[in-house]
Design a protein around this ligand. Structure first.
Ligand code: BG6
Length: 306
Protein backbone atom coordinates (compact mmCIF):
# COMPACT_ATOMS: atom_id res chain seq x y z
CA UNK A 1 0.00 0.00 0.00
CA UNK A 2 1.42 3.38 -0.96
CA UNK A 3 2.54 5.59 1.94
CA UNK A 4 0.64 8.62 0.60
CA UNK A 5 -2.70 6.80 0.41
CA UNK A 6 -5.41 8.90 2.12
CA UNK A 7 -5.77 7.49 5.67
CA UNK A 8 -9.31 6.13 5.25
CA UNK A 9 -8.35 4.08 2.21
CA UNK A 10 -6.46 1.63 4.41
CA UNK A 11 -9.90 0.37 5.48
CA UNK A 12 -10.80 -0.69 1.95
CA UNK A 13 -11.23 -4.40 1.12
CA UNK A 14 -10.52 -5.15 -2.55
CA UNK A 15 -13.67 -5.99 -4.55
CA UNK A 16 -15.87 -5.50 -1.45
CA UNK A 17 -15.43 -2.14 0.27
CA UNK A 18 -14.28 1.24 -1.06
CA UNK A 19 -14.11 4.64 0.60
CA UNK A 20 -15.17 7.67 -1.40
CA UNK A 21 -16.06 11.30 -0.92
CA UNK A 22 -19.56 12.24 -1.94
CA UNK A 23 -20.02 15.48 -3.97
CA UNK A 24 -20.37 17.46 -0.72
CA UNK A 25 -17.02 16.14 0.53
CA UNK A 26 -18.39 13.68 3.11
CA UNK A 27 -16.63 10.32 3.45
CA UNK A 28 -18.75 7.31 2.64
CA UNK A 29 -18.03 3.57 2.72
CA UNK A 30 -19.46 1.70 -0.24
CA UNK A 31 -20.00 -1.98 0.54
CA UNK A 32 -20.68 -4.23 -2.44
CA UNK A 33 -20.60 -7.96 -1.69
CA UNK A 34 -22.35 -10.96 -3.25
CA UNK A 35 -24.72 -10.86 -0.24
CA UNK A 36 -25.65 -7.16 -0.04
CA UNK A 37 -24.93 -3.51 -0.77
CA UNK A 38 -24.75 -0.67 1.74
CA UNK A 39 -23.52 2.91 1.96
CA UNK A 40 -22.34 4.19 5.35
CA UNK A 41 -21.38 7.83 5.92
CA UNK A 42 -18.91 8.72 8.66
CA UNK A 43 -21.11 11.80 9.13
CA UNK A 44 -23.49 10.49 11.79
CA UNK A 45 -22.42 6.82 11.28
CA UNK A 46 -25.32 7.05 8.90
CA UNK A 47 -26.43 4.08 6.80
CA UNK A 48 -28.11 5.63 3.76
CA UNK A 49 -28.52 2.48 1.66
CA UNK A 50 -29.04 -1.21 2.35
CA UNK A 51 -30.04 -3.77 -0.22
CA UNK A 52 -29.65 -7.50 0.27
CA UNK A 53 -28.93 -9.49 -2.90
CA UNK A 54 -32.13 -10.05 -4.89
CA UNK A 55 -34.20 -7.48 -2.96
CA UNK A 56 -35.13 -3.87 -3.70
CA UNK A 57 -33.55 -1.16 -1.47
CA UNK A 58 -34.78 -1.46 2.12
CA UNK A 59 -34.19 2.14 3.18
CA UNK A 60 -35.89 5.33 2.01
CA UNK A 61 -33.63 8.29 1.22
CA UNK A 62 -35.08 11.71 0.45
CA UNK A 63 -33.97 13.24 -2.84
CA UNK A 64 -34.00 16.60 -1.04
CA UNK A 65 -31.68 15.56 1.80
CA UNK A 66 -28.80 17.75 2.81
CA UNK A 67 -25.41 16.10 2.78
CA UNK A 68 -23.50 18.79 4.58
CA UNK A 69 -21.42 19.19 7.72
CA UNK A 70 -23.60 20.11 10.68
CA UNK A 71 -26.88 19.03 9.03
CA UNK A 72 -28.72 15.74 9.47
CA UNK A 73 -29.20 13.39 6.51
CA UNK A 74 -32.88 12.77 5.73
CA UNK A 75 -33.53 9.05 5.30
CA UNK A 76 -31.60 5.84 5.93
CA UNK A 77 -30.84 5.27 9.62
CA UNK A 78 -30.06 8.45 11.59
CA UNK A 79 -28.53 7.80 15.03
CA UNK A 80 -30.33 9.77 17.72
CA UNK A 81 -28.36 10.51 20.92
CA UNK A 82 -28.42 11.79 23.68
CA UNK A 83 -31.90 13.31 23.51
CA UNK A 84 -34.95 12.57 21.37
CA UNK A 85 -36.91 15.49 19.86
CA UNK A 86 -36.11 18.80 21.53
CA UNK A 87 -33.80 19.21 24.53
CA UNK A 88 -35.72 20.29 27.60
CA UNK A 89 -34.61 23.72 28.80
CA UNK A 90 -32.54 24.49 25.69
CA UNK A 91 -34.89 25.17 22.75
CA UNK A 92 -32.02 26.16 20.44
CA UNK A 93 -30.34 22.75 20.84
CA UNK A 94 -30.50 20.60 17.69
CA UNK A 95 -33.50 18.25 17.45
CA UNK A 96 -32.66 14.60 18.18
CA UNK A 97 -29.23 15.34 19.66
CA UNK A 98 -25.85 15.74 18.03
CA UNK A 99 -24.68 12.20 17.18
CA UNK A 100 -26.30 12.34 13.74
CA UNK A 101 -24.41 15.47 12.71
CA UNK A 102 -20.91 14.66 13.99
CA UNK A 103 -18.20 12.85 12.10
CA UNK A 104 -17.59 9.44 13.64
CA UNK A 105 -14.18 7.83 13.70
CA UNK A 106 -13.83 4.76 11.53
CA UNK A 107 -12.22 2.07 13.71
CA UNK A 108 -12.33 -1.04 11.53
CA UNK A 109 -13.79 -2.81 8.52
CA UNK A 110 -13.64 -6.62 8.32
CA UNK A 111 -15.02 -9.39 6.20
CA UNK A 112 -16.78 -11.99 8.35
CA UNK A 113 -18.48 -15.02 6.88
CA UNK A 114 -21.42 -13.46 5.01
CA UNK A 115 -21.14 -9.98 6.49
CA UNK A 116 -18.97 -6.93 6.33
CA UNK A 117 -18.44 -5.55 9.83
CA UNK A 118 -17.95 -1.81 10.21
CA UNK A 119 -16.93 -0.33 13.57
CA UNK A 120 -17.16 3.38 14.32
CA UNK A 121 -16.85 5.50 17.44
CA UNK A 122 -17.77 8.93 18.72
CA UNK A 123 -16.77 10.47 22.00
CA UNK A 124 -17.56 13.62 23.89
CA UNK A 125 -15.86 16.81 22.75
CA UNK A 126 -15.90 20.48 23.77
CA UNK A 127 -18.72 20.99 21.20
CA UNK A 128 -20.85 18.17 22.64
CA UNK A 129 -20.17 19.29 26.19
CA UNK A 130 -21.34 22.82 25.39
CA UNK A 131 -24.79 21.29 24.78
CA UNK A 132 -24.72 18.27 27.09
CA UNK A 133 -22.15 18.38 29.89
CA UNK A 134 -21.20 14.70 30.10
CA UNK A 135 -18.33 12.49 29.01
CA UNK A 136 -19.34 9.55 26.86
CA UNK A 137 -18.15 7.09 24.25
CA UNK A 138 -20.38 5.61 21.56
CA UNK A 139 -19.40 2.46 19.72
CA UNK A 140 -21.19 1.40 16.57
CA UNK A 141 -20.93 -2.08 15.09
CA UNK A 142 -22.78 -2.44 11.80
CA UNK A 143 -23.02 -5.81 10.06
CA UNK A 144 -23.97 -5.72 6.39
CA UNK A 145 -25.05 -9.06 4.95
CA UNK A 146 -28.31 -10.83 4.12
CA UNK A 147 -29.64 -8.77 7.06
CA UNK A 148 -28.48 -5.45 8.43
CA UNK A 149 -27.54 -5.45 12.11
CA UNK A 150 -26.83 -2.15 13.92
CA UNK A 151 -25.40 -2.24 17.47
CA UNK A 152 -25.05 0.97 19.44
CA UNK A 153 -23.08 0.83 22.69
CA UNK A 154 -23.19 3.86 25.00
CA UNK A 155 -20.47 4.12 27.68
CA UNK A 156 -20.38 6.51 30.60
CA UNK A 157 -16.74 7.62 30.72
CA UNK A 158 -17.30 10.34 33.34
CA UNK A 159 -17.29 10.09 37.12
CA UNK A 160 -20.97 10.84 37.68
CA UNK A 161 -24.18 9.15 36.59
CA UNK A 162 -26.23 10.48 33.67
CA UNK A 163 -29.19 9.41 31.60
CA UNK A 164 -29.83 9.59 27.88
CA UNK A 165 -32.31 8.88 25.12
CA UNK A 166 -31.41 7.12 21.87
CA UNK A 167 -32.89 5.84 18.63
CA UNK A 168 -31.92 4.08 15.43
CA UNK A 169 -34.38 6.11 13.42
CA UNK A 170 -34.96 3.69 10.54
CA UNK A 171 -36.68 5.04 7.39
CA UNK A 172 -38.15 2.02 5.57
CA UNK A 173 -38.87 2.29 1.85
CA UNK A 174 -42.44 1.24 1.08
CA UNK A 175 -44.50 1.24 -2.10
CA UNK A 176 -47.33 3.35 -0.66
CA UNK A 177 -47.60 3.95 3.08
CA UNK A 178 -51.42 4.03 2.78
CA UNK A 179 -51.35 0.35 1.80
CA UNK A 180 -48.97 -1.04 4.43
CA UNK A 181 -49.67 -2.29 7.92
CA UNK A 182 -47.39 -2.54 10.92
CA UNK A 183 -47.64 -5.61 13.11
CA UNK A 184 -46.04 -6.12 16.51
CA UNK A 185 -47.50 -3.25 18.54
CA UNK A 186 -51.03 -4.51 19.22
CA UNK A 187 -52.39 -3.79 22.71
CA UNK A 188 -49.55 -1.38 23.50
CA UNK A 189 -49.87 2.14 24.93
CA UNK A 190 -48.43 5.07 23.03
CA UNK A 191 -48.03 8.82 23.24
CA UNK A 192 -49.57 10.54 20.23
CA UNK A 193 -47.32 13.48 19.28
CA UNK A 194 -49.93 14.66 16.75
CA UNK A 195 -52.46 15.04 19.58
CA UNK A 196 -50.54 16.87 22.32
CA UNK A 197 -48.72 13.72 23.51
CA UNK A 198 -52.00 12.24 24.76
CA UNK A 199 -51.74 8.64 25.93
CA UNK A 200 -53.66 6.15 23.79
CA UNK A 201 -53.80 2.41 23.31
CA UNK A 202 -53.29 0.55 20.07
CA UNK A 203 -56.06 -2.03 19.68
CA UNK A 204 -55.74 -5.58 18.46
CA UNK A 205 -55.44 -4.55 14.82
CA UNK A 206 -52.19 -3.79 13.01
CA UNK A 207 -51.40 -0.10 12.53
CA UNK A 208 -52.56 1.48 9.26
CA UNK A 209 -51.41 4.93 8.18
CA UNK A 210 -54.20 7.30 7.12
CA UNK A 211 -52.97 10.69 8.38
CA UNK A 212 -49.88 12.23 9.99
CA UNK A 213 -48.62 9.55 12.37
CA UNK A 214 -46.13 10.18 15.19
CA UNK A 215 -46.50 7.63 17.97
CA UNK A 216 -44.12 6.71 20.77
CA UNK A 217 -44.85 3.20 22.02
CA UNK A 218 -43.32 2.57 25.45
CA UNK A 219 -42.40 -0.64 27.23
CA UNK A 220 -42.33 -2.73 24.10
CA UNK A 221 -39.54 -5.07 23.03
CA UNK A 222 -41.44 -6.78 20.20
CA UNK A 223 -40.26 -7.38 16.68
CA UNK A 224 -42.21 -5.22 14.23
CA UNK A 225 -43.16 -6.16 10.73
CA UNK A 226 -44.08 -3.68 7.99
CA UNK A 227 -46.20 -5.61 5.54
CA UNK A 228 -46.05 -4.06 2.09
CA UNK A 229 -48.21 -6.22 -0.21
CA UNK A 230 -47.62 -4.02 -3.29
CA UNK A 231 -43.89 -4.74 -2.96
CA UNK A 232 -44.65 -8.39 -2.17
CA UNK A 233 -42.53 -8.21 0.93
CA UNK A 234 -42.44 -7.47 4.63
CA UNK A 235 -39.63 -5.56 6.30
CA UNK A 236 -38.96 -6.67 9.85
CA UNK A 237 -37.09 -4.99 12.65
CA UNK A 238 -36.14 -7.09 15.65
CA UNK A 239 -34.30 -5.51 18.54
CA UNK A 240 -32.58 -5.91 21.87
CA UNK A 241 -31.79 -3.41 24.62
CA UNK A 242 -34.66 -1.21 23.39
CA UNK A 243 -37.96 -0.65 25.17
CA UNK A 244 -39.46 2.03 22.90
CA UNK A 245 -40.67 1.86 19.31
CA UNK A 246 -41.55 5.05 17.40
CA UNK A 247 -43.73 4.99 14.28
CA UNK A 248 -43.62 8.11 12.12
CA UNK A 249 -44.90 9.36 8.78
CA UNK A 250 -45.15 13.13 8.22
CA UNK A 251 -48.06 12.97 5.74
CA UNK A 252 -48.88 15.96 3.49
CA UNK A 253 -48.55 19.20 5.46
CA UNK A 254 -45.48 18.27 7.47
CA UNK A 255 -43.75 16.94 4.34
CA UNK A 256 -44.31 20.34 2.73
CA UNK A 257 -42.96 22.11 5.80
CA UNK A 258 -39.66 20.18 5.85
CA UNK A 259 -37.05 21.84 3.61
CA UNK A 260 -35.00 18.64 3.26
CA UNK A 261 -37.91 16.39 2.28
CA UNK A 262 -39.75 16.35 -1.05
CA UNK A 263 -43.40 17.43 -0.92
CA UNK A 264 -44.50 14.18 -2.59
CA UNK A 265 -42.14 11.74 -0.93
CA UNK A 266 -44.22 10.90 2.15
CA UNK A 267 -46.09 7.92 0.61
CA UNK A 268 -42.78 6.14 0.00
CA UNK A 269 -41.53 5.93 3.58
CA UNK A 270 -42.37 4.81 7.08
CA UNK A 271 -40.11 5.12 10.10
CA UNK A 272 -40.15 2.32 12.66
CA UNK A 273 -37.57 3.35 15.21
CA UNK A 274 -35.69 1.22 17.72
CA UNK A 275 -35.39 3.50 20.73
CA UNK A 276 -35.21 4.24 24.44
CA UNK A 277 -37.01 7.52 25.08
CA UNK A 278 -39.19 9.21 27.68
CA UNK A 279 -39.85 6.85 30.60
CA UNK A 280 -37.57 4.30 28.93
CA UNK A 281 -34.54 6.58 28.97
CA UNK A 282 -31.43 4.82 30.26
CA UNK A 283 -29.31 5.81 33.26
CA UNK A 284 -25.65 4.80 33.38
CA UNK A 285 -23.38 4.91 36.41
CA UNK A 286 -19.71 5.85 35.86
CA UNK A 287 -18.02 3.12 33.81
CA UNK A 288 -21.32 1.44 32.86
CA UNK A 289 -22.30 0.55 29.29
CA UNK A 290 -25.59 -0.03 27.53
CA UNK A 291 -26.09 -1.92 24.28
CA UNK A 292 -29.06 -1.45 21.94
CA UNK A 293 -29.33 -3.22 18.62
CA UNK A 294 -31.71 -3.73 15.74
CA UNK A 295 -31.72 -6.20 12.87
CA UNK A 296 -33.50 -5.42 9.61
CA UNK A 297 -34.65 -8.26 7.36
CA UNK A 298 -36.63 -8.65 4.17
CA UNK A 299 -39.19 -11.44 4.02
CA UNK A 300 -41.14 -12.26 0.87
CA UNK A 301 -44.84 -11.94 1.60
CA UNK A 302 -45.97 -15.43 0.71
CA UNK A 303 -43.75 -16.64 3.55
CA UNK A 304 -45.50 -14.33 6.00
CA UNK A 305 -49.03 -15.13 4.86
CA UNK A 306 -51.25 -16.63 7.56
C1 BG6 B 1 -39.55 11.33 14.69
C2 BG6 B 1 -40.30 12.20 15.65
O1 BG6 B 1 -38.82 10.37 15.39
O2 BG6 B 1 -38.64 12.12 13.94
C3 BG6 B 1 -41.04 13.27 14.86
O3 BG6 B 1 -41.18 11.41 16.43
C4 BG6 B 1 -40.05 14.05 14.02
O4 BG6 B 1 -41.73 14.12 15.75
C5 BG6 B 1 -39.28 13.09 13.14
O5 BG6 B 1 -40.77 14.98 13.23
C6 BG6 B 1 -38.24 13.75 12.25
O6 BG6 B 1 -37.39 14.55 13.02
P1 BG6 B 1 -36.27 15.42 12.33
O7 BG6 B 1 -35.59 16.18 13.43
O8 BG6 B 1 -35.34 14.47 11.64
O9 BG6 B 1 -36.98 16.32 11.35
Amino acid sequence: MSADLPPLRRFEIPQLVTVEKNPAGLDVLLIRTPEAQADIFLHGAHVTHFQPQGAAPVLFMSGASYFAPGKPIRGGIPVIFPWFGGLEGLPEAPAHGFARTQTWELRGVSRLEKDVEVCLALHSSPESQALWPHEFELHARILVGPQLRWELEVCNSSNSAWSFEEALHTYFAVHDVRQVCVKGLAETDYFDKTDGFSRKRQGADPIRIASETDRIFGDTVSTCEVEDPASERALTVSKSGSKTTVVWNPWIAKAKAMPDFGDDEWPGMLCVETANVGDNRVTLQPGERHLMSCTLSVVSLPETAG
